[in-house]
Write a protein that binds this ligand. Structure first.
Ligand SMILES: Cc1ncc(COP(=O)(O)O)c(C=O)c1O
Length: 423
């Protein structure tokens, strides 16, 4: 087939022009059989690896039974089963689920639920946030201006507080948490009064904004403020959920209980499905008919989620994420000692970022970052993504099935790219 790309909308940004034919585990393959080590996981989606046989089988079998058992018209068995399976893996108070198709759609649902439940209009987000590309979620996204370029004005009622980004502010966890909580308090006194504020939505590990774990103290402070003012706490676990950080959900590292949790990406191993989890108390107030969608809770999607949970549990993938994540952090920290351009190495489990800064000026170094990515791909056949407002952080999101030798191979390829890019 000819490679005429002219009919594909150029609005899709892309990191390569690679054409892939198939994927298996941690690898993707081009039509000529060339193997690539895929540490993008399709932007944090293929946690169980590409086309895990258990997930593939579940989708195939469900497709043969019924593909579209529309949830307003009837219940279907995978939906009933998956709500029980989700209940086993989500924190025990989050026991009621609504399903949709994408991360952005689920975030929108969470905002609607919070507004409906509290009767309050405003939402607080944190600097560097990425919550999606629909109008509402664009208004809640502050990671890069490109995500909102030429689309403003956006829906109102969104207020932005600083994210506790210790490296940028030159502060340790405790200092930066205190600073960010003070700024939040000021926001609640200066811009959006608590009685007008429905929810605060946080990525427990900031994703597109730079792969920055929110310190425990900060998450706990958010919970305190929420409780004090009746403001709901929403955890956006679209990128950080489903085992990625070495716990099933990243907010569990801080021991806090969000009121609503948003899930997508790793949830369906590649089948487009998302959802929100909340308490019976909150969900029971969501008036029937005030939210919904034609495809939400799709039968094949539910089968994919059920199989994904089974694989994560049977293969110990949460534990593997913690162990392989430590291996990756150790390797990158060792490289940091030899390459001063690696200003910061941080992460939780297999959600690891290394931030490139000029060692003399301490300014972001996006050109080096880009050179490393391109060298890793061209010479090492290693696929990595960047993130961060200045595109100067490389994010490491291998699938959770990644092995010790694959992490070592990734680190070796990365070091070769690093050496070639800084010399
Ligand atoms: C934290 C977070 N929330 C929401 C979204 C939006 O998800 P989707 O692209 O499926 O709409 C993303 C996507 O990267 C994300 O990382």
């Amino acid at each position: 087939m000819s490679q005429d790309l002219s009919h594909i909308a150029p609005v899709w940004g892309r990191i390569t022009n690679l054409v892939v034919e198939r994927g298996e585990g941690s690898y993707v393959y081009s039509p000529d059989g060339q193997q690539y080590l895929d540490f993008t996981s399709g932007i944090g989606v293929t946690n169980t690896g590409h086309s895990h046989p258990t997930v593939v089988k579940a989708i195939q079998e469900q497709a043969a039974k019924i593909m579209h058992a529309q949830v307003n018209c009837y219940f279907h068995e995978p939906l009933i089963r998956v709500s029980q399976r989700l209940n086993e893996v989500t924190p025990s108070h989050l026991d009621t689920f609504f399903l949709s198709n994408s991360g952005a759609e689920a975030v929108e649902g969470a905002v609607k639920l919070a507004r409906h439940y509290t009767g309050r209009p405003n939402i607080i987000v944190f600097q560097g946030s990425f919550h999606g590309r629909t109008a509402q979620t664009m208004a809640m996204t502050t990671a890069k201006t490109v995500y909102r370029l030429d689309y403003q004005p956006l829906p109102a009622g969104v207020f932005v507080a600083p994210f506790p980004y210790g490296y940028r502010y030159g502060m340790n966890d405790e200092q930066v948490s205190r600073f960010a909580l003070q700024e939040l308090d000021q926001l609640l006194h200066g811009q959006t009064a608590p009685q007008e504020t429905a929810a605060m939505i946080i990525e427990p590990v900031l994703g597109e904004g730079g792969y920055i774990p929110a310190p425990k103290q900060f998450m706990q402070g958010l919970r305190r403020i929420g409780d004090e003012h009746g403001i709901l706490l929403i955890a956006d676990e679209v990128q950080s959920g489903f085992g990625r950080t070495g716990k099933f959900f990243a907010h569990q590292h801080a021991g806090v209980k969000p009121d609503i949790m948003v899930m997508a990406k790793g949830m369906g191993s590649g089948f487009p499905i998302s959802g929100i989890a909340s308490t019976q108390e909150i969900m029971s107030q969501w008036q029937t008919g005030t939210h919904g969608g034609t495809y939400g809770g799709n039968a094949m999607g539910c089968a994919a989620v059920e199989a994904t949970i089974k694989v994560i549990q049977d293969e110990g993938l949460v534990e593997n994420a913690a162990i392989r994540g430590q291996q990756l952090m150790d390797g990158l920290t060792e490289l940091q000692g030899r390459y001063p351009v690696l200003g910061d190495v941080r992460g939780l489990g297999l959600m690891v970022g290394c931030e490139f800064t000029d060692p003399n000026s301490q300014q972001p170094a996006p050109a080096v970052t880009k050179a490393v990515l391109s060298h890793a791909f061209e010479e090492g056949h290693l696929l990595l993504l960047s993130c961060g407002t200045y595109a100067n952080t490389i994010r490491w999101i291998p699938p959770l099935v990644v092995t010790e030798s694959q992490i070592n191979a990734g680190l070796e390829k990365f070091e070769r790219a690093l050496a070639a890019s800084v010399s």
